[in-house]
Write a protein that binds this ligand. Structure first.
Ligand code: PMP
Length: 286
């Protein structure tokens, strides 16, 4: 089946989709994106992703080309056209094609480029890695200073992912001033007893949509939540550790820089959080 993608108002076979070489997303990484999971053909936490998209665009002084209702209709149409059961919808909005290369934003603005596509991942929620957990290594956080804006400048996270692959582990955790910021494409947590510790929101990390939901569910389940930075040593000495993202959901981390976390096996707190998250999100999927 040929994948149907969405480009600037049209649903077309992927081979026919075109974006200009002068697009500022291509030349300047001047664009933002969102990834929304699909389970059972329905969108997970769509409202959260739509809200963050609006915020990312506004931080970059770009107009939002669609209302949330229009975005929802586009997501649903793409899921339907590609018969996605489990997987993701990727969307990207760039500052568009000014017809030439220039550092300055086009003035007046030109129409943004809007691209969307699906990725089918059958059994996304049954990822066997959730039973074994991820092993991570650390690397200095050399990204820019506005990580709260979900831009498409993902070269450094890609380099870190390659470093993880080279080390035969699952991911990298970024470290800045001696404390963990986040993973290459996820938020990072440690668990001590009944307490979940994760870095507070700021410009230093992406404001994960999964993070917000998981912290809400944790509080509802009478777990204590402490939002503050933690060190690698603290993670290595914790009872459990985990990451969250829209596509990995809640994933245990069992090793940090070669040292086992807790028993070295996924623990009960993370397993419970994953279960609650998936249950609640399936219930509210639209
Ligand atoms: N941090 C970074 C750097 C990310 O790229 C992502 C995933 N896009 C996250 C955290 C997790 O965010 P979310 O839960 O919204 O997927």
């Amino acid at each position: 089946m040929t994948r149907i993608v969405y480009v600037n108002g049209a649903f077309v076979p992927e081979a026919e989709a075109m974006v200009s070489v002068f697009d500022r997303g291509f030349l300047m990484a001047d664009g933002v994106y969102e990834v929304t999971s699909v389970l059972g053909g329905k969108l997970i936490d769509f409202a959260g992703h739509a809200a963050r998209l609006s915020r990312s665009l506004s931080e970059l002084e770009m107009a939002n080309p669609h209302t949330d209702a229009e975005w929802l209709a586009l997501h649903r149409e793409l899921v339907a056209q590609n018969a996605v059961v489990d997987g993701m919808v990727y969307l990207q909005v760039t500052r568009g094609n000014p017809g030439d290369r220039d550092f300055a934003y086009p003035n007046p603005p030109v129409p943004p480029t809007v691209v969307m596509f699906t990725q089918s991942k059958p059994g996304l929620a049954e990822n066997p890695a959730a039973k074994t957990g991820w092993r991570v290594i650390s690397t200095p956080d050399l990204r820019w200073g506005r990580r709260d804006i979900k831009t498409v400048q993902l070269l450094y996270p890609s380099m870190a992912k390659m470093a993880a692959k080279a080390a035969h582990v699952d991911d990298c955790w970024f470290v800045e001033e001696g404390v963990v910021t986040e993973g290459t494409s996820n938020n990072a947590y440690v668990v001590k007893g009944n307490k979940i510790i994760t870095r507070q929101l700021s410009h230093d990390i992406l404001h994960g949509i999964t993070r917000a939901a998981v912290l809400r569910f944790a509080a509802e389940a009478q777990m204590e939540v402490e939002e503050r930075p933690f060190t690698l040593a603290e993670a290595q000495g914790a009872d459990e550790a985990f990451i969250t993202s829209a596509s990995a959901f809640v994933m245990p981390v069992v090793e940090v820089d070669g040292k086992a976390v807790g028993t070295g096996k996924p623990g009960a707190v993370v397993a419970r959080l994953r279960e609650i998250y998936l249950d609640e999100m399936r219930k509210s999927a639209i």
